[in-house]
Ligand binder design. Sequence first.
Ligand code: AR6
Length: 167
Amino acid sequence: MDRIKIEQTDITRLKLDGIVNAANNSLLGGGGVDGAIHRAAGPGLLEECRALNGCNTGEAKITGAYGLPSRKVIHTVGPVWNGGNNKEEELLADAYKNSLHLALEENLETIAFPNISTGVYRFPKEKAARIAISEVRSFLEKHPELKSVTFVVFDEENLKIYKEMLG
Ligand code: AR6
């Protein structure tokens, strides 16, 4: 599907309607892609996030993007991988689904996802990619208003997996 793209880059460099952040339940910043987004956006983002009162795992909330080139940031919280019997797969699918729904509600036409939960949260990368691709594909089929979804693959392993899975 040509509305799905892969890009190996730092997500904070992209200029789109929205980028998705792989946040934690506090929404108050952290390491990895979350740290990079907060650093690049500047203190206004943290201030807006403080007023959101956190976010449950699998859910998503939206803010402005401040110093970032994109317009909005969708903050979602993926599950910590804990063996696989703690609803991890369902919660990761929810994180993608709820982010996509929020993008649509806010009239965002071009968005990018990082590989949610596959860093500090240790979700197996292939399993995560399969879930991410399947959720995005079925959403795009139902919603032509969403023009493009970019999977930002930061590490070589994810790049290889996404290239293989998306052909
Ligand atoms: N641009 C795009 N992708 C990135 C970037 C970047 N600048 N930096 C890292 N990645 P992680 P998680 C990739 O650990 O597993 C934070 O502390 C990285 O290679 O950022 O969901 C939060 O506050 C990996 O593939 O997120 C939470 O506490 C992917 O982003 C916790 O980490 C996700 O890795 C969330 O853990």
